[in-house]
Design a protein around this ligand. Structure first.
Ligand code: ADP
Ligand code: MG
Length: 416
């Protein structure tokens, strides 16, 4: 899942991290050099005596210090993300130049860079950023490879090996952090989705319940009116049809609230499909869609709630018809898989589903149609899941969609 890096909370997280990084960076940087250049020579004969007196020694420290106001500027501007890269690139460039100036044409033995370099790699799991991790890795190894090549110096091999080992460790830490964060976010998303459904469901069921009674009165009186005026009945069928449509939307809404109890019974899948086709026939004709059914061999009776499965196939076939504005063919294939599952596939030659929309398909109220409700797939999915089955969708834009419903033939094992 993608998070929005401009969210104030994330910016403040990153700001905290980068400030921590800056504090450690300068502490290590100066402490290390003071230790090596001033303290060590005082007490021992070793250390980098002499380097500190040279002009570029100071210049190097001033240049690294000059990165600080740049960093503060970007933090203040609300863009702390870029600071780590500024430091990485800035430091590597300054350090490479510094090494080249010191060692080029001189016979001093090469001494690898400041201990602060380890911080760059160490912080990649703390920044929780893969891009930064790879950049730091390439920059650090690259720096030593370039210096080694220009100075013809084999002493760079040791820091390269050290960085390599550190990077492997940092990589493990980083992947652990990212995978932990990813699972936290997906748990959170799931929870939010469930809560959203619960709220929508309660509301929908409440409203649905209230609408149902006036609706059935309305339908009854419309039918009565139609019988009373048999000669002027042009609009009555349309009125009744539209009332039925409201009724089916209300039914979908009520299903969201409290999924109906499933009543399993042995049913003949061919009859279920035939019933579904009889309901959708008219709509198919209006869209010049032909429907072909292919049934593979004699099929065993299916343990299911046939009323609910009919609802599923009506929804799916309606979607298939609605996807073909200029007509076409729908192929329904029914077959038994592994002797245990019934597979019903509905294939259309319609507009297909855009890749962006696929994750939204199960969401309530997701629709791309002018008069769609976005409830059909969601309710169908719920019903099929209640049957311990699943719906899978394969689609290609402009070519068509294939929806596969797979349900177990027998419910003995998975009865709720
Ligand atoms: P509705 O049909 O009311 O829009 P559905 O839940 O049935 O709601 O479908 C949601 C969306 O999924 C549709 O708006 C459509 O964009 C897409 N969709 C579903 N089935 C198909 C299909 N067979 N072909 C193309 N798009 C489809
Ligand atoms: Mg639909």
């Amino acid at each position: 899942m993608k998070v929005n890096p401009t969210s104030p909370r994330l910016i403040s997280e990153e700001t905290k991290t980068i400030k921590f990084f800056l504090a450690l960076f300068y502490t290590f940087f100066f402490a290390y050099d003071i230790f090596l250049y001033y303290l060590m020579p005082l007490y021992t004969k070793e250390g980098k005596i002499g380097l500190s007196n040279e002009v570029f020694g100071y210049l190097f420290h001033i240049a690294v210090l000059a990165l600080l106001p740049v960093a503060l500027y970007f933090i203040k501007k609300g863009n702390p993300y870029i600071v780590k890269y500024i430091f990485l690139f800035g430091y590597v460039a300054i350090e490479t130049m510094n090494s080249l100036v010191i060692y080029m044409g001189s016979d001093k033995p090469y001494d690898s860079g400041n201990i602060v370099e380890l911080l760059f790699v160490f912080f990649s799991p703390i920044f929780v950023n893969k891009k930064y991790f790879w950049t730091a890795f390439i920059c650090m190894i690259g720096k030593y490879v370039i210096i080694g090549a220009i100075l013809q110096e084999s002493a760079v091999i040791l820091p390269i090996i050290v960085f390599f080992i550190l990077t492997v460790i940092a990589y493990f830490l980083l992947t652990r952090f990212t995978s932990y964060i990813n699972s936290l976010t997906s748990v959170h998303l799931e929870l939010r989705q469930k809560e959203k459904l619960a709220v929508i469901g309660q509301m929908a069921a409440g409203i649905g319940h209230e609408i149902r009674n006036p609706l059935s009165a309305l339908k009854g009186f419309t039918q009565l009116q139609q019988e009373r005026n048999p000669n002027s009945n042009d609009f009555y069928p349309i009125m009744i049809q539209e009332i039925d449509r409201i009724n089916s939307i209300v039914n979908d809404l009520m299903y969201l609230g409290k999924p109906k109890e499933i009543k399993f019974d042995k049913a003949n899948i061919e009859e279920i499909i035939a019933y579904t086709l009889s309901i959708t026939q008219q709509q198919a004709e209006r869209h010049s869609v032909t429907i072909e059914t292919k049934i593979a061999g004699p099929l065993p009776p299916l343990d299911c709630d046939s009323l609910q499965l009919k609802q599923v196939f009506i929804n799916l076939i309606k979607n298939a018809i609605e996807s073909m504005q200029n007509g076409g063919r729908i192929t329904i294939n029914v077959m038994v898989l592994d002797g245990k599952k019934m597979n019903i596939s509905i294939q259309d030659e319609g507009c297909g589903i855009a890749k962006d929309s696929i994750p939204n398909l199960g969401e309530p109220f997701f629709t791309t149609k002018m008069d769609g409700t976005g409830l059909g797939l969601m309710v169908s999915n719920q019903i099929v899941q209640d049957h311990q089955g699943e719906i899978t969708i394969k689609s290609s834009v402009g070519k068509g969609t294939m929806v596969n419903v797979t349900v177990p033939i027998s419910q003995i094992s998975g009865k709720k």
